[in-house]
Design a binder for this molecule. Structure first.
Ligand code: CA
Length: 225
């Protein structure tokens, strides 16, 4: 899952990124303009948006996103414990808000709720396809009740495949969601990691879940097919 963190206080932004990068890919934007550019250029699963930005108010920016039919979950950060600000934030189209200072655990939990709401496949913190299970909080992955140890990228790749099971995912879509926007799009980076993942998830088992759609990309089979 890839999130955009929009925050002009760089130290705070880097701190927050450091905490969140365990669970998410985080792109940073230090101004409203940069945020607008990045949301137009890349795909994000969610946005953490600070209200106090140097060039545009976070509330105006949020309205702009919604007016442009950009619907990813947005959680706003406000500096003031002020009811009218919170109401304004929610009315502008934000899904939630946090008042600074906050505990990172609370932000993480709220992010999980928002991202879960946005994903039909995920009713709890566990994604389940056939005998493959992936817990997004404990990061435990099992197949047929056997523990499977995945590297970070393999985990993120499997999570993306499972959230979109049954859908064709092109290499570009996978790159967009699983790799940092700064990463040079090496043409075979996706294929290489699909191979690592297959070696662990599919190879030791009879049923293969990760299908190659020749010339197009990959698809995680749903349990029934
Ligand atoms: Ca700020």
């Amino acid at each position: 899952m890839k999130l955009l963190l929009v925050e002009d206080e760089k130290n705070f932004a880097y701190c927050l990124k450091d905490e969140l990068k365990k669970d998410y890919l985080i792109d940073l934007a230090f101004s409203g303009e940069e945020a607008e550019y990045k949301t137009a250029e890349y795909t994000y699963d969610g946005v953490i948006l600070d209200i106090g930005l140097p060039d545009i108010d976070g509330i105006r920016l949020c309205k702009k996103f919604r007016n442009n039919n950009i619907y990813m979950p947005i959680i706003m950060l406000t500096g003031e414990e002020n009811i009218s600000k919170k109401v304004e934030a929610l009315d502008s189209g934000a899904d939630d808000y946090m008042v600074k200072p906050f505990h990172i655990e609370e932000l993480s939990a709220r992010l999980r709720v928002l991202l879960r709401r946005n994903s039909q496949k995920l009713k709890s913190n566990v994604l389940l396809i056939g005998d493959v299970s992936l817990d997004i909080v404990t990061r435990k992955v099992t197949r047929a009740d056997k523990n499977i140890i995945l590297q970070k990228k393999e985990f993120q790749l499997l999570e993306y495949l499972m959230r979109n099971a049954g859908k064709l995912l092109t290499r570009n879509m996978i790159l967009d969601h699983v790799w940092d926007s700064n990463v040079e799009a090496l043409t075979n980076i996706v294929d290489v990691h699909i191979k690592y993942l297959r070696d662990k998830i599919d190879k030791p088992f009879h049923k293969k879940y990760i299908k190659t759609i020749y010339g197009l990309g990959y698809k995680m089979e749903t349990a029934k097919t």
